[in-house]
Write a protein that binds this ligand. Structure first.
Ligand code: SAH
Length: 209
């Protein structure tokens, strides 16, 4: 099977699992996930599960990427912040759906690899920033959409302050062992979706290392 065929099969799996937004399914169908995982795991890239990317971190499960993107509902003109860039896969998906993406990654080796990968694959509207994103990235605020791709005990106040009044934040909120996907709207409304398991957000707005 070619990687395009594997991707198409993954898209069908996501549809069967309830992902309905065509734009998101199309984006998943276009981004070569095998380029975002370590080479020796390339043959597992289109299984619907998280995979290790080094430094004890993971690339999220495709279903969770799709679901969080659906809850985030990025619009074509949106300026998006992602906290926890990891492999850059989620940022690549967002880059196809929004105007631009600032992706903050705290581990230097992952941030360097992420920046090189998104540049090589031509996602020119993704900018990788190295550092602690648990209080956001004030230099490029405000953002229309903020996605936290790591588990946090609550939505850090610094991040909430960088969200536009008409915007929203999507994040896995809860203790280290399990979290609830949470949507916090710019007007203060909060909604909750399914339970997930993310690696911790480490830093002033997250968990201690
Ligand atoms: N979105 C990623 C998966 C992220 S895994 C992908 O698509 O591959 C969570 C990532 O958050 C890890 O790479 C971890 O290093 C990073 N992280 C944890 N705390 C952080 C912080 N305070 N600021 C920025 N990145 C952080």
């Amino acid at each position: 099977m070619t990687s395009e065929e594997r991707r198409a099969r993954l898209v069908r799996t996501l549809e069967l699992n309830g992902i309905w937004d065509r734009r998101i399914l199309d984006a998943i169908g276009r981004v070569p996930r095998e380029r975002f995982v370590p080479e020796h795991l390339a043959n597992e890239a289109y299984e619907d599960r998280a995979l290790p990317i080094g430094d004890g971190q993971t690339i999220s499960q495709p279903y969770v990427v799709a679901r969080m993107t659906e809850l985030l509902d990025p619009q074509p003109g949106d300026h998006v912040l992602e906290v926890g860039g990891g492999s850059g896969y989620q940022a690549a998906i967002l880059s196809l759906l929004a105007r631009d993406v600032v992706s903050v990654e705290r581990r230097p080796s992952l941030a360097d690899a992420e920046a090189a990968r998104v540049a090589e694959l031509g996602y020119a509207n993704v900018r990788v920033v190295k550092g602690d994103g648990s209080q956001g990235h004030a230099a490029a605020a405000p953002y229309d959409r903020i996605l936290i791709a790591a588990a946090a005990p609550s939505i850090p106040a610094g991040l909430a302050a960088q969200c536009a009044p008409t915007g929203r934040i999507v994040a896995p909120i809860g203790p280290r062992d399990a979290q609830v996907l949470t949507i916090q709207h710019g007007d203060g409304r909060v909604e909750r979706a399914e339970v997930v398991q993310f690696v911790p957000l480490v830093g002033s707005g997250g968990f201690p290392e």
